[in-house]
Design a protein around this ligand. Sequence first.
Ligand code: SAM
Length: 294
Amino acid sequence: MKHFKETLYDAVCQEYRIDKMYFESKTSHQHLMIFHNAQLGRVMTLDGIVQTTEADEFIYHEMLAHVPMLAHGNAKRILIIGGGDGGMLREVVKHPIDHVTQVEIDQSVVDMAIEFLPKHSNGAYQDPRLNLVIDDGFNFVKNFANSGEAKFDVIISDSTDPIGPGEVLFTDDFYQYAKQCLADDGVMVTQNGVPFFQADELQNTQQRMSSLYSDMRFYCAPVPSYYGGFMTFAWGTDNTGASAPELSVLQQRFSALGIKTRYYNPAIHGASFALPQYVIDSLTPSTDNIENGQ
Ligand code: SAM
């Protein structure tokens, strides 16, 4: 029986039994695999790193989509960077939005996810509100920033780790261009790694985003297949209303949305911004939830 061994770290790794291989190939950008594992369902890896599994993807996609969108409260134009598996798009189109642009660098990821990971997008790629752009997210925000087009209310960077094609999505320039694509009351969120093993990712993001937003923080959620404990999401906004919405407001917005979730709820929305002390201690005290220890 073949096994997949994740190559993200030198000294530790996780291994999955491959019960059935659906797709394995080098695309124009990365090595893509989609296989079935008896415990986790269908699994997608890129360049030897687990991207998503059917068993636990709901945690990541619900938290990276619904936290910014319900905090904003009236998000109509959304930008997703990456997200080729389609899970983020599936959650975003559950909201009463007008438009979502998704910028994914690798057409093969979209095509193979639709074919071999269909529950992720669950038909969202056919949503008429979608504008799918196959390009480097960096190029897109750089060009869009000065385009004069209507800006986005929420930007979600659902990228791979800062290695390979994803590396450019963790740079000063990317965050600056992305800010120029965001409406004044907009919210930007990004996947930001597992702090127990990738503390440097948080420190780099804090250093690069905190100068751009009056409210730059992190929130977290436990995604079992992201080895090393809970993962963090970076949050940036100048919209004070979005920064600390009352629980009653979130509850009202969430029930008006009328969707069924399996991880997200308004209470965990607020609680997710409370960080363990070791994470707070790893950051400089300029970030909002660092100073207040909330
Ligand atoms: N949930 C995963 C995680 O947290 O690691 C991310 C999932 S999604 C599969 C990551 C996507 O980012 C992939 O489809 C990959 O092709 C895309 N991607 C990587 N670099 C990119 C870039 N520079 N521009 C646009 N998309 C990119």
